[in-house]
Design a protein around this ligand. Structure first.
Ligand code: AMP
Length: 471
């Protein structure tokens, strides 16, 4: 069978492996990076997870290495999960070439790792800390390493790995070629590229725009108190064969969400850095196999997760930096599949969403909370009152009353509310009126109570029907 990879006349074991994988043609980053990397030139590639970048650096590296048991190539990744994934993909891509590919990452037993390294390794895939540790302990020899690859370089530098990467780099006296892949290009990456590379060829779009998957982006205005209600709706609407990745900014929130959802009989699993490594791998495997449908994770834990079945990404919290947004939504719509991303935006978050949208030139429309699917008449999670969302920066909530200046003065109205509710005058703010209605500002701490009182009483023989006016 011929594939779009044939033009390169790749080593037979790799070509066969590609046929076996069923890949029909190289992805864009592969088309651009593979020929340059095969020539031995340094490459700086703009590529995010899901673009096929692993093969873009993996194929040239596999071709250049020989089965000698001495490390010739080292690939550094920001997380253990990504290292495992990269190592797995490279093992598959090498077909029957017989290279020993070893992962070296923290959180696992040192002696065991040392023992497997002692058996010989041709390609090392690891996280910087453990690679340094193993080198210093004499279990890993970097002296013969010729090919150096940095995967997700922006994430790595984001996590403060720069001195570690520099250390590894400086301990490879025979390095001949460096490949650096990054989804985004903040200044640190440009500096790193200069530090580590010589006459690198950049493969990226001219304007450095990130390749955003073609997925549906939605935002929902919702306060903290009701995010869970909205999540319940999105879960209720998920296809039977869909999978969801929910991002939260803290480990604690990951746990809380898993627990709260289980109370409402929705099974979700959590993934964050405090969960032991072996358990994290099990969780990821179950998710990958589709045994679990909903995974709740922090950014760090989710980095590089490569699960093709993810159809929905939810930003339960908006990410703190704009780059993470792109990483998060890149988890769905992989390899051209359809997907959707929902962002929950509280009042304080509105500026952040705007910044994300303008940084990446995205349109993220505010939409209504999805309706309950047909046949379901009750919300899986109940909506709660969320006064904070409707109050202004002075803590005032605007309430509309069905009485206008034709029937009451502002003064009479405010006196009546103060006396009926037995509140201090300061609880009320400004009142505005037209012929048929009045809008009264009421302090957030008292608004629920004051509205109840107004509902229960008559004002000159009529009901005032208080309704919140959205901020
Ligand atoms: P990556 O960006 O390396 O994480 O790759 C994303 C996914 O695309 C992985 O599941 C790869 O196995 C797959 N993939 C990579 N290259 C190709 C290709 N040329 N054709 C089809 N699938 C691919």
């Amino acid at each position: 069978m011929s594939t779009g990879f044939d033009v390169w006349d790749l080593e037979k074991s790799i070509a066969d492996a590609i046929v076996k994988l069923g890949w029909e043609k190289p992805t864009e980053i592969q088309t651009e990076a593979i020929p340059i990397a095969r020539r031995g030139t340094d490459v700086v590639g703009q590529a995010k997870t899901g673009s096929g970048k692993t093969a873009a650096f993996g194929i040239p590296i596999i071709e250049k290495c020989e089965s000698s048991g001495i490390p010739q190539a080292i690939i550094l990744c920001p997380t253990r999960e990504l290292a495992v994934q990269v190592a797995e993909e490279i093992s598959i891509l090498q077909g029957n070439k017989g290279l020993a590919i070893q992962t070296v990452y923290g959180g696992t037993n040192l002696e065991k790792q040392a023992a497997s390294l002692a058996k010989g390794a041709d390609i090392i895939v690891g996280t910087p800390g453990r690679v340094i540790d193993m080198t210093k302990r004499g279990h890993l020899n970097l002296k013969q390493v010729t090919y150096f690859c940095l995967d997700e370089a922006d994430r790595m530098l984001d996590m403060g790995f720069f001195p570690d990467i520099l250390w590894v780099f400086e301990n490879m006296p025979n390095r001949q070629q460096t490949l650096l892949f990054s989804a985004t290009f903040p200044q640190e990456i440009i500096d790193a590229a200069e530090e580590f590379m010589s006459e690198a060829v950049h493969v990226m779009s001219d304007d450095m725009e990130v390749d955003i998957p073609e997925i549906e982006l939605n935002a929902i205005r919702i306060g903290r108190a009701n995010k869970l209600w909205v999540l319940g709706r999105i879960i209720a609407n998920m296809d039977d064969n869909g999978q969801m990745l929910v991002f939260s900014n803290t480990k604690r929130m990951v746990d809380v969400l898993v627990e709260r959802l289980s109370k409402f009989r929705m099974k979700a699993v959590g993934l964050h850095g405090d969960i032991p490594q072996n358990k994290r791998e099990r969780i990821l495997n179950n998710f990958r196999e589709g045994k679990d449908k909903i995974l709740i994770a922090t950014d760090v834990a989710a980095r590089g997760i490569d699960v093709d079945g993810i159809t929905i990404v939810v930003n339960y919290d908006l990410p703190v930096d704009t780059e993470s947004f792109v990483h998060r939504i890149g988890r769905t719509g992989r390899m051209g599949r359809s997907g959707e991303a929902w962002s929950f935006v509280s009042k304080e978050d509105r500026g952040s969403l705007e910044k994300i949208a303008s940084t990446w030139n995205l349109t993220i429309p505010y939409v209504e909370v999805p309706a309950l699917p047909e046949g379901m008449d009750r919300d899986p999670i109940r909506k709660r009152d969320d006064w904070d969302e409707v109050s202004d920066s002075f803590g005032m909530v605007r309430v509309n009353l069905s009485i206008g200046k034709a029937d009451s003065t502002k003064r009479a109205l405010s006196d009546w509310i103060v006396s009926q509710a037995k509140i201090q005058e300061i609880v009320l703010g400004e009142i505005t009126q037209d012929e048929k209605s009045s809008q009264v500002e009421i302090h957030v701490q008292k608004v629920a109570y004051v509205m109840d009182v107004i509902k229960a009483r008559d004002y000159n023989g009529r009901k005032l029907k208080p309704v919140i006016v959205n901020a």
